[in-house]
Design a protein around this ligand. Structure first.
Ligand code: NAD
Length: 458
């Protein structure tokens, strides 16, 4: 591919011309593209499993749950609801403007850029694409350079199924990303790190391009005491699944750390250890993506005060770039493991005198993408909802909110901004344009000069 400024501009001009031709606006085009995407997911399912195995060592069951199955459900949801979403809706108008009708008409934004990360390379490229197509846009997708097989799969297969003039996949790393950001877009949808998020926003400011930033951060999980053995088993599975069960902790909504009352910490670790034996075997978990990330995680454990807080796991196989699922109790709060997003299989537990202290703990830190809390205490639940801020809250489970189409997904504060999934994905890439239709029937003189005392009495 030609990445010179001219080469890129030429390719983008094809996409822009396609949008300007009006083709992507038609409902039938949108539906045909969504159906084509559905076909791609079905016909290329095995190939997707293969590339995810190559890039991340992702187990097929996990790859289906988090990528292929998740996307299939999403396309179905859009196809089932699109007629309703595109239909203009009535806006009520006050009497002063009578007689008038007003509708909110949805229009596509234009040509949008999607920049996606490596941890769910297929899902996080195609989920926003579904929204962009539903809303009638032309799209350029740049997947991550760290998952070359998945990115090559997308570049090869998207044009075989979808309209190649309207949807383009461009592979490349930061250099290509930066060149793309120099272009003028109608929206940039970015999923990735806060560091690159800042680069994206800075570049977007030049053209006043709207952006959505889907970032990450440190996701807290409060664990209040749970009585009843069946609930306890479920709680443990949900914690383990939420920490190690999706891309081995390399997920934006993975649990980053637990908040637990001091007196329950040791018993919780013992329970987790027993359950982890069956759930986190090396053959079930994904790889740590690169040497750089592997070293980054090892360095988090290098700090002697952190190393001495390890209560389970901690062994490292440099050759296989494998780190055992690791639990730590009370590493120093100013150590990197407690200040940076972990994004890997290390789980610190922060102990508290009372579980209610978790609220102040979270309030003193950047707003997370999600807060999880296992508790049956309704007062605590209410306080968490009312006194903290986060992209979302899930009580008594982890990760599950991500797959519910009706739940807007996105961050707040440092975890990003802009919501998508389901109808929000359609809204993300649409402009709701009020269209007012006035009549000449009535007229009020107080609207216009000359200004005089009579008009001031009204
Ligand atoms: P990243 O920010 O390094 O990269 C994301 C994308 O930006 C990639 O396509 C990359 O090639 C591109 N990029 C990198 N440098 C660039 C530059 N200078 N100019 C333009 N583009 C550039 O993120 P990552 O390591 O791929 O993903 C991990 C991060 O993503 C974590 O912080 C995680 O929390 C976050 N994340 C968030 C979500 C979410 O939905 N909120 C989902 C997954 C991951």
């Amino acid at each position: 591919m030609d990445f010179s400024a001219d080469g890129l501009e030429q390719q983008l001009s094809v996409v822009r011309r396609c949008f300007e031709s009006g083709k992507t606006r038609s409902l039938s085009w949108r539906k045909s593209q969504l159906k084509a995407l559905q076909r791609l997911l079905v016909e290329k399912e095995q190939e997707i499993f293969r590339v995810l195995k190559e890039d991340l060592g992702k187990h097929q069951a996990e790859a289906f749950r988090d990528e292929v199955g998740f996307l299939g459900k999403s396309v179905d949801y859009h196809l089932a609801n699109l007629d309703k979403w595109v239909a203009p809706t009535k806006i009520s108008i006050p009497l002063v403007a009578f007689p008038t009708s007003c509708q909110l008409v949805q229009e596509p934004l234009g040509v949008v850029l999607l920049l996606s990360p490596w941890n769910f390379p297929i899902a996080l490229s195609l989920e926003p694409l579904i929204g962009a197509i539903s809303a009638g846009n032309a799209v350029v997708v740049k997947p991550s350079e760290l998952t070359p097989s998945s990115s090559a799969f997308l570049e090869t297969n998207i044009p075989l199924y979808l309209d190649g003039e309207a949807v383009k996949v461009i592979q490349g790393g930061p250099n290509v990303g930066e060149k793309l950001l120099e272009q003028k877009w109608d929206k940039i949808f970015f999923t990735g790190s806060p560091r690159v998020g800042r680069i994206v926003m800075t570049a977007a400011a030049k053209h006043l391009t709207p952006v959505a930033l889907e970032l990450g951060g440190k996701t807290p999980c409060i664990v209040d005491f749970i009585s009843g053995s069946r609930d306890k088993q479920t709680l443990l599975k949900r914690i383990i699944g939420g920490k190690w069960g999706s891309c081995y902790g390399q997920a934006c909504i993975a649990i980053d750390y637990l908040l637990v009352e001091e007196k329950f910490a040791t018993v919780l670790v013992e329970l987790l250890k027993t359950m982890m034996k069956t759930l986190t075997k090396p053959e079930y978990v994904s790889n740590i993506i690169t040497k750089h990330h592997f070293e980054r995680l090892c360095n988090l454990l290098d700090d002697p005060l952190v190393a001495s807080s390890v209560v389970h796991g901690g062994s490292i196989d440099r050759e296989k770039m494998y780190i055992e699922p690791t639990i730590l109790i009370d590493p120093p709060l100013d150590s990197e493991i407690m200040t940076e997003e972990i994004f890997g299989p290390l789980l610190p537990i922060v102990t508290l005198k009372k579980i209610e202290d978790s609220i102040d703990f979270m309030k003193g830190r950047p707003k997370p993408l999600v807060i999880y809390a296992f508790t049956k205490n309704e007062t605590l639940k209410r306080k968490i909802v009312e006194e903290t801020s986060s992209g979302a809250i899930t009580f008594n489970d982890t990760l599950i909110h991500y797959v519910c189409d009706g739940i807007p997904f996105g961050g707040v504060g440092q975890s990003g901004f802009g919501k998508y999934h389901g109808k929000c994905s359609f809204d993300m890439f649409s402009h709701g344009k009020p269209v007012m239709r006035r009549s000449f029937l009535t007229e009020f003189s107080f609207r216009y000069p000359p200004w005089n005392e009579d008009k001031m009495q009204l």
